[in-house]
Design a protein around this ligand. Sequence first.
Ligand SMILES: Cc1ncc(COP(=O)(O)O)c(C=O)c1O
Ligand SMILES: N[C@@H](CCCC[NH3+])C(=O)O
Length: 435
Amino acid sequence: MVLNNYPFTMNERGHLEIGGIDTVELASKYGTPLYVYDVSLIRQRCRAFVKTFQNLGVKAQVAYASKAFSSIAILQVMKQEGLSVDVVSEGELYTALQAGVDPKKIHMHGNNKSRRELEMAVENNIGCIVVDNFYEIELLTEVLEQAEKKIDCILRVTPGIHSETHQYIITGNEDSKFGFDLQNGQADQAFQLVKDHPYLNMKGLHCHIGSQIFDTEGFVQATKILFNKLRDWNEGFAYAPEVLNLGGGFGIRYTEEDKPLPLENYVERLVDTVKQESDALQIPMPEIWIEPGRSIVGDAGLTLYTIGSKKHIPGIRDYISVDGGMTDNIRPALYQAKYHGVLANRVREKCEEIVSVAGKCCESGDMLIWDLPVPNVNSGDILAILSTGAYGYSMASNYNRIQRAAVVFVENGEDKLVIRRESYEDIISHDLSYE
Ligand SMILES: Cc1ncc(COP(=O)(O)O)c(C=O)c1O
Ligand SMILES: N[C@@H](CCCC[NH3+])C(=O)O
């Protein structure tokens, strides 16, 4: 049986399955909390993007936004699928290089790249720097002059789009810490600096309007706004970009209320718009780059927890507590993000009560789900929270000195541990004595 609208199934024992593997068995084999990913679904998502560009005959790069979930194993999957990788820090760059990603297929982001980060990017000859601000241009040119190397740059600009999403995950509006403003002259100034510098190749423009976006209109608007600026630069300097990077942000289903579009739709609209706009400007169609993170790994992952204590407050609510929480999924506390959950060991049973799912941290805000319908829940039941594949592990913390959970991949009927659970030795491994 397929679980309504989610890419998971139920087996004859009434247990939740992911990629054909019984989640209750995974919980007992690896312990909980446990992140589990269906790798074949991740591959399908990668291919949906890549194939659509190919079918439309458009030159493109699909760069996985590794901030969504960075680890050696996942980046090896991206490499196998022919994706590029977007990194935003030395740590993400290091992980991508260690995973064997071709440096030419790495793009580096960041609103405060350090000299060391830029040096590492230049030393490793990565494919492209997404230039974010004037300070960075100064640092980068110093690093390049010293190394006597040239690098491809794309300028990150803010198109002034107000996307319909949580305030903390909007990134494309004017009042943003990211990128150069297109309206106030800063983007023009940055363009001149990059275009005129012998070690910088002004390869194109980048924008990212926000995250968890469910329609294509914002992307179309943003693209048109970029082309307005490109018109000025084309008329003034005969400039035509080699690349337009239109970011990520494609929405996924967390709860039944979310209505994600097929990924192909975003690509088709983007390609259409870029084609029309470049024809109108009479420039060759640039390559289109995109940077999906969540839409590649988000709904392919779930988290398994063991239910512990229960608290009934007459006339108010029932709480159940799990053995993880904001340490493995900060999104509900940070963005009031909503999730759906099911009892993995009792999927077939009718829901008879409404409970709120609390994490185990010493924090009232450590709640994972409010008002979740479940069967009569018992301590020891396994709760699966769905669509936790993006920004779960990558935003995990050791608050309350809780160990980071393990990560398991399933594919072709097999499960494999790809990140081991932290030990208490790991947790104190950086502590030094003061005796
Ligand atoms: C510049 C940039 N690119 C790509 C992404 C990936 O976004 P998402 O995971 O929503 O696809 C983000 C995060 O929002 C971002 O800031
Ligand atoms: N971490 C965010 C999205 C990333 C925003 C990056 N610009 C989330 O969980 O939704």
